[in-house]
Design a protein around this ligand. Structure first.
Ligand SMILES: [Zn+2]
Ligand SMILES: [Zn+2]
Ligand SMILES: [Zn+2]
Ligand SMILES: [Zn+2]
Length: 575
């Protein structure tokens, strides 16, 4: 250390250039018996940050290479000096980087952090220590590398929802903190409600917001709701903010609760289950044997998008591992915060090319997670799970085994992907992005037969709204002996031809389906919040009255009012 010039020659990094694994081993070995000391350093760091940076974002990527973190590490000196809490390196990647740039960062027995240039001495081992903060956060995500927002004061982590609210989620920081800070009502947790409503059977559970139909990040319900289905806290607040509303009637069928924004109840169990599942998945199965809710993608051994690409032998360990690897990659790309940026950039130009998402050309499957590469200039997309197979093998050529027709190019525009070799190369997963606008279109419209280019253009111009939602129930008129009925739609006052009602309506008066479809298509009415003018109940879901429809079809001529006898299936004209 005192003989500066000789240190320069004998840098331990230089001699390790061909033996990075040995270097990693020796660094990890030096961590033994130091765990308590490192933990203490991180505790002090977090304590300090509480007042300085109460909220920050973490991406779980190596700050020097942009690749995923396998073993998160930091320079000891940066932690001591309390620098860049949300930046971290991957052990192998930072070592490669230091080796390639040896002379810039290692001089005279000192090593510099490439980010903040803080200097530390080194003798035998490099002063890199395991980053406990990142490790502990990642455990809460079941090792999934989704980007999160972290609230230090409440120690709450929220996945950054890709696409829908984007940066707008930050305006709800207070709501997030208050819902996590309040005392949790254990009666409102998944297991208590499950016991009451489902007993011990297996069942499917969909982790979608009852109001917004998007994957839930923070599951909440009304104070007295007694159903498993939830709302997403951020979506709910965002939706109500733009409508200047504070409460609404719960949309779950049969629930009479009036939900007040100030009294939302967090379901802590479902929140944790959601964190550990894939971000792109909202389908769960309750498995009675293990008594847990399982993400269906974590137990699947067949996926048509992936099988199209690679000959998979179902249930072999190799296939299962391959599928898991592809899902991990898919989830990482799906969760990337770059998606929104790249989508906005794409739509700066007019839409170009054909558009077919009900049948993907390569896989013959419906596109559920629309993506394209950064070189694509046409609007067409393919499913991200299929794209993940291709970019996985670009980076790992050994995965070409068993591939039907392998390609290293984008299946849409045929431009080749380039693997990452040096640290300054762009990562392969960054050469693909999810089209967040189209993703919203698909989840909003749901009905795949309506997903064409014309509809999409209307959607982009905010001229296409949710289609009417139906749940077929028995008609309330079948129990009645007789009643008089004005043949007018309760909402539009148009002629009543195809009678429908809200699922809660118990009166014979009805709405006309065609008139409502028009209202809906032009966005003049928001069915999520609209009420029946007759009984004031929610009409977010509707039901067809086939009994009344059939009776109306018996009428010959045009009438304004009729007398109906449902039990004997007769109808009489009055006016
Ligand atoms: Zn640093
Ligand atoms: Zn409810
Ligand atoms: Zn492309
Ligand atoms: Zn009604």
């Amino acid at each position: 250390m005192d003989q500066k010039s000789s240190k320069k020659e004998s840098s331990p990094i230089k001699s390790s250039i061909y033996n990075i694994d040995k270097l990693i081993y020796s660094i990890k070995d030096s961590w033994k018996n130091q765990q308590d000391e490192y933990q203490k350093l991180f505790d002090q760091f977090l304590q300090y940050c509480k007042s300085q940076y109460p909220v920050f974002n973490i991406k779980f990527t190596c700050s020097i290479s942009g690749e995923w973190l396998e073993q998160p590490v930091s320079f000891m000196q940066c932690i001591i000096e309390k620098k860049h809490l949300n930046d971290c390196f991957d052990l192998k990647q930072i070592l490669k980087y230091l080796i390639q740039n040896n002379s810039n960062f290692m001089q005279d027995g000192y090593i510099q952090c490439p980010l903040c240039r803080s200097k530390s001495h080194f003798e035998k081992d490099l002063p890199l220590i395991p980053n406990f903060f990142f490790q502990q956060l990642r455990q809460q995500l079941n090792d999934k590398s989704k980007p999160i927002t972290y609230y230090l004061s409440t120690q709450t982590l929220i996945p950054l929802y890709p696409g829908f609210l984007g940066k707008e989620q930050f305006q709800f920081n207070n709501q997030i903190q208050s819902v996590f800070a309040q005392q949790c009502d254990t009666q409102q947790n998944f297991s208590s409600i499950k016991k009451m409503t489902k007993g011990n059977e297996s069942f499917k559970y969909s982790h979608l917001c009852l109001l917004g139909n998007i994957r839930i990040q923070i599951p909440v319900r009304g104070k007295h709701c007694r159903h498993l289905e939830c709302y997403d806290l951020l979506y709910l607040n965002w939706y109500m903010l733009y409508r200047d509303q504070k409460q609404f009637k719960c949309l779950f069928f049969g629930c009479q609760e009036v939900i007040n924004l100030n009294e939302l109840q967090l379901d802590q169990e479902l929140y944790e289950i959601g964190l550990k599942g894939f971000n792109f998945s909202s389908d769960f199965i309750f498995n009675q044997q293990s008594s847990t809710l399982l993400d269906t993608y974590s137990i699947t051994n067949y996926d048509p998008h992936i099988a199209t690409y690679k000959k998979l032998v179902p249930t072999t360990t190799e296939s299962l591992n391959y599928i898991k690897q592809i899902y991990d990659l898919t989830d990482r790309i799906y969760s990337s915060t770059k998606n929104q940026e790249l989508t906005d950039k794409f739509y700066e130009h007019p839409l170009n090319g054909d558009f077919n998402i009900s049948k993907d050309q390569s896989t013959n499957c419906k596109v559920e997670i629309p993506c394209r590469c950064i070189r694509c200039d046409k609007v067409n997309v393919c499913d991200l799970r299929f794209m993940s197979c291709i970019i996985n093998q670009v980076q790992y050529p050994e995965n070409r085994n068993g591939v039907k027709a392998y390609s290293v190019s984008c299946p849409l525009c045929h431009n080749p992907f380039s693997p990452k070799k040096r640290h300054r190369d762009q990562s392969v997963h960054e050469q693909v992005y999810v089209d967040t606008k189209m993703l919203n279109f698909i989840t909003t419209i749901k009905n795949f037969s309506l997903l064409n280019k014309e509809k999409y253009q209307l959607f982009l111009q905010k001229k296409l709204y949710l289609s009417l939602r139906f749940e077929e129930l028995e008609s309330p008129i079948q129990e009645l002996d007789q009643f008089n009925l004005k043949l007018r739609c309760l909402i539009t006052n148009n002629k009543l031809r195809n009678p429908i009602r809200g699922i809660y309506c118990q009166h014979p008066e009805a709405f006309d389906e065609n008139s409502l479809t028009n209202l809906c298509a032009t966005g003049q009415i928001d069915f999520n919040l609209a009420q029946c003018p007759q009984c004031q109940s929610s009409i977010h879901k509707l039901t067809h009255d086939n009994i009344l429809k059939e009776l109306l079809s018996q009428l010959e001529g045009d009438f304004d009012e009729v007398q109906v006898f449902p039990k004997i299936k007769q109808i009489k004209q009055l006016k």
